[in-house]
Design a protein around this ligand. Structure first.
Ligand SMILES: [Zn+2]
Length: 177
């Protein structure tokens, strides 16, 4: 995004708004919608607040999802080169609703979700979790063919051990899918 440069802000006052404030990006501009009865002081306070909120949201989500996709492409190049069309996901995202799973994938729409809990883990473990889900785009079930694909990743065994250790430490989280 624009880094530390302050974006152009357009404030729109609405008589229908009572107290809700919202903001969205429109190209280079940020549009902030505020209630008409806000004072100038309230306006500037809310503009600052909404800009900070927007920046936090974009920095946290957009950057790391893009990074995750770049990581997926690198892993496919390295370990699944023969499957470039099959293994490339349509979307890959960090999510907070994995219910104890490290990652999941939906072969039908080729989407992959990785738990935010994996974000804090070492790079080589993140790579394993992601490669595991990429391999599911090729082979949906945990059969011998699937594990043979996963085993192309040199640290697969070690990463599974790491994840089992974390799962054991956090009481009864299920094993990675
Ligand atoms: Zn699995």
């Amino acid at each position: 995004m624009a880094g530390t440069r302050k974006p152009v802000v357009e404030v729109r006052r609405s008589q229908r708004r009572r107290r809700t404030v919202s903001a969205y990006r429109d190209g280079e501009r940020v549009v902030v919608l505020i209630p008409d009865q806000f004072s100038r002081a309230e306006e500037s306070e809310w503009v600052d607040r909404m800009l900070a909120r927007l920046a936090a949201r974009e920095g946290r989500l957009a950057r790391s999802d893009a990074e995750l996709l770049a990581r997926a492409n690198r892993l496919i190049d390295l370990y699944l080169p023969g499957y470039a069309t099959k293994a490339v996901p349509a979307s890959v995202r960090w999510v907070t609703n994995q219910n104890g799973r490290w990652g999941s994938c939906t072969p039908a729409d080729r989407s992959i979700r990785i738990s935010h809990r994996v974000q804090e883990m070492p790079e080589w473990v993140i790579d394993y979790v992601l490669l595991h889900e990429l391999a599911h785009l090729i082979v949906p079930s945990h059969n011998a063919r699937f594990w043979a694909l996963v085993a192309r990743y040199p640290k697969a065994e070690r990463a599974r051990g790491y994840l089992e250790g974390v799962a054991a430490a956090s009481s009864c989280a299920p094993l990675p899918t």
